[in-house]
Design a protein around this ligand. Structure first.
Ligand code: HAM
Length: 420
């Protein structure tokens, strides 16, 4: 048996879980500040949901899905992303979308990708989805919320890139032009791009290979082909982003790797992330509900990669708030004092004082050493002498002052100290 976590997965150990709590609590706070409510969907779904939702020709579905049959031969998949799952749940439970429903989620997602820095097979996302509105104000609001999250955790210097992929009216003409151009350049494009020309030509624009970049820079771009409705939507979005004072760039090469997008798409990038530079991606998916068999309604959303966000915070030495510190450490060298120690321990915790005790019968010196490692500001000491006198003694570690008191005064003493 190999005693290691599967490739591409990581254990979140106590030394970093408090950082996750910080990020998650900020994400929750921002979501609620913007009026989003939490939705939790299963970790696995019918594989078909992703095949039709994300698109059978996408890398995610073709190469990266963890797909399996259960004992009844149902074809299931570990969820590779959250948008299709949220849409499935909204349709199944007939959640209202009129005038609007704003949902957020957080949790693990799974993609069988080649692991590298910032890319995992199990990773976590915080996602926001606004269902029922085609207003560009909802696109801008999603962008504002994610940027506010980055600022709230202490990250600056991220860039927001936006684009419009057009709608079912204007995209086909562009697609045709693009295929025509790319087909004339096949010998200069990589194997992957050549494969994409017919299946998903817009994905070619996303290729990072040097040899393809030169060809892509000369390719026709969607903005020139947008219909007036898409053009207006995109212009209004930009004017709202200006009103929010959110800096952005228009990058016509942003296409995203999921087929459900229509109109607005965007990414938040960081230069310090290296090859996996997207810390957030999102956009509009006005046709997804219909594709999954529901009534058509517009929607927009985004998801932040939490491993990447955490990686950025660590790389930039952004300070994390202290984990909830132990306030009192209890040391006893008297076995007779066990019941008294247990009572004080329980009382402190019940009064909201974070308390830990030493469970060993080691010397006072050894137990004090552990207390110092834990960095508890107060240490309660009970030896045979204290027990015989019906007292305990509390040492305030900051100045070494030691105070004797009756066991039932400990909570009062500590709560008083907190006020000073
Ligand atoms: P996505 O761009 O595939 O979009 O993923 C969103 C974010 O998840 C990425 O920007 C990245 O930070 C993170 N991410 C993706 N794959 C990995 C991985 N293998 N390892 C680590 N982090 C990863 C979506 O998933 C869409 N559902 C977003 C959306 C919501 N669009 C509309 N609503």
């Amino acid at each position: 048996m190999t005693l290691s976590a599967p490739r591409g997965t990581v254990d979140i150990l106590p030394e970093s879980s408090y950082k996750w709590h910080f990020i998650e609590s900020q994400a929750r706070r921002i979501a609620e500040l913007f009026g989003f409510s939490e939705i939790r969907t299963p970790i696995f779904e019918h594989a078909e949901l992703f095949m039709s939702g994300i698109g059978a020709g996408t890398d995610i579905v073709k190469k990266e899905m963890y797909i399996f049959k259960d004992k009844k031969e149902r074809l299931l998949a570990l969820r590779p992303e959250g948008t299709a799952t949220v849409m499935r749940s909204v349709l199944e439970h007939k959640l209202f979308v009129k005038p609007i429903n704003k949902l957020f989620y957080m949790g693990p997602y799974f993609r069988y990708e080649r692991p590298q820095a910032g890319r995992y097979r199990q990773f976590h996302q915080f996602g926001l989805e606004t269902l029922g509105s085609d207003s560009p104000a909802t696109d801008a609001e999603i962008m504002h919320a994610v940027i506010m999250l980055f600022n709230a955790v202490g990250l600056k210097n991220l860039s927001l890139s936006i684009n419009s992929l057009g709608c079912k009216e204007c995209r086909p003409a562009y697609r045709e032009e693009l295929i025509k151009y790319l087909s004339s350049q096949t010998e200069h494009l990589c194997i992957d791009c050549n494969e994409r020309i017919e299946i998903n030509p817009m994905r070619v624009l996303d290729c990072k290979r040097e040899e393809c970049r030169a060809i892509i820079s000369e390719a026709p771009k969607m903005p020139q082909y947008l219909c007036s409705k898409c053009r207006d939507h995109f212009a209004q979005l930009q004017s709202i982003l200006d009103a929010f004072r959110l800096p952005y760039q228009h990058n016509p090469d942003i296409v995203r790797g999921l087929d459900y997008y229509t109109g607005t798409v965007f990414e938040v990038l960081s230069k310090s992330l290296g090859a996996q530079d997207a810390v957030c991606g999102g956009g509009r998916y006005d046709l997804l509900s219909e594709k999954l068999g529901g009534k058509q309604f517009p929607a927009v959303g985004a998801a932040v990669g939490l491993e990447r966000l955490l990686g950025l915070l660590e790389k930039n030495n952004v300070p994390f708030p202290e984990r909830t510190p132990i306030k009192l450490y209890i040391i006893s060298t008297s076995s007779e004092a066990e019941q008294m120690v247990s009572r004080i321990l329980a009382e402190c915790r019940e009064h909201g004082i974070a308390t830990e005790r030493d469970y060993t019968a080691r010397s006072l010196k050894s137990q004090m050493k552990t207390a110092a490692e834990i960095n508890a500001p107060y240490v309660m000491i009970v030896g045979s002498n204290e027990f015989a006198a019906g007292e305990v003694s509390i040492k305030r570690m900051a100045d070494g002052v030691q105070t004797s008191m009756a066991p039932n005064s400990v909570v009062k003493y500590l709560l008083n100290e907190e006020k000073q």
